[in-house]
Design a protein around this ligand. Structure first.
Ligand SMILES: [Zn+2]
Length: 257
């Protein structure tokens, strides 16, 4: 297994001052029966990643700041899984990092039925009290539709309802303004993108891989999706590129620390 420093050199990209949106799903160790193991990041790995981000002096931002050109990273959690509340929230508190979770408005306190339909293990989603505590702790919630459909497969009127009702529903329920949206399954097209903008959101995240540049469409933001099996080399490289300390410090990337 090559060291992270070797992999990083091989990639031959600028090491410093990149900005990116990190995308997570569940923060827990994958159960043996899990179909998509990559959607799980264990709490220990997650904690190591936060520690590394702190070590390289990367700046934790919100989506508004990063799209305005500030350098750093944004922590996003798709679907508002309960494991994020249980395992990520305490770690975020330790590092003083703020995050956003994209909530499926019609499934608050329910489970990931859209994944179960694809053969995944059922997993609980945050309930209303947990989401209120999440917000009270300084974190944001964003829109992720009412039922987590493939939006481009729906009639236009149904897709619009999923996008608009999600915003209204979560704003009414939690008393916050929903500024950010995330496309379920990363599925969107020009019409869906425009609907999200017309609904009053300020940005929308995709699952397209990429860093944040200067000419980004605010409604087609790329992310770095963090999958557990990628951790040892890939996340370490990303974190190094986010650093502001001006040094490449491979010694901090030991995944066993
Ligand atoms: Zn999702």
């Amino acid at each position: 297994m090559p060291s992270t420093s070797e992999s990083c050199v091989k990639f031959n990209e600028p090491l410093m001052h990149q900005s990116c949106i990190l995308g997570y799903h569940k923060i827990e160790v994958a159960p043996a029966s899990a179909r998509f193991v990559g959607l799980y990041v264990g709490r220990r790995s997650f904690c190591q990643q936060l520690k590394q981000l702190a070590t390289v002096d990367a700046t934790c931002l919100d989506l508004r700041s990063i799209t305005a050109g500030e350098k750093g990273f944004v922590l996003t959690f798709d679907d508002a899984f309960q494991s994020v509340f249980v395992n990520a929230l305490p770690e975020l508190r330790v590092y003083g990092y703020r995050a956003i979770t994209f909530v499926v408005a019609g499934k608050v306190g329910g489970r990931n039925d859209w994944d179960v339909a694809a053969g995944c293990v059922p997993a609980p989603l945050m309930n209303e009290a947990e989401l209120k505590e999440w917000i009270k702790a300084g974190h944001e919630i964003g829109g992720h539709t009412m039922t987590h459909p493939w939006l481009s497969h729906l009639k236009m009127s149904e897709a619009r309802r999923e996008i608009v009702d999600c915003k209204r529903s979560l704003e009414d329920r939690f008393g916050v303004r929903l500024k950010h949206f995330c496309y379920p399954f990363g599925d969107y097209n020009k019409e869906i993108r425009d609907m999200v903008e017309e609904a009053g959101y300020e940005t929308a995240c995709t699952t397209a891989e990429g860093s944040i540049g200067h000419t980004e469409d605010l409604f087609a933001l790329p992310r770095k999706m963090i999958y557990s099996r990628r951790y040892h080399h890939w996340i370490g490289q990303i974190i190094q590129k986010l650093g502001t300390s001006g040094q490449f410090r491979a010694g901090h990337l030991d995944p066993n620390q």
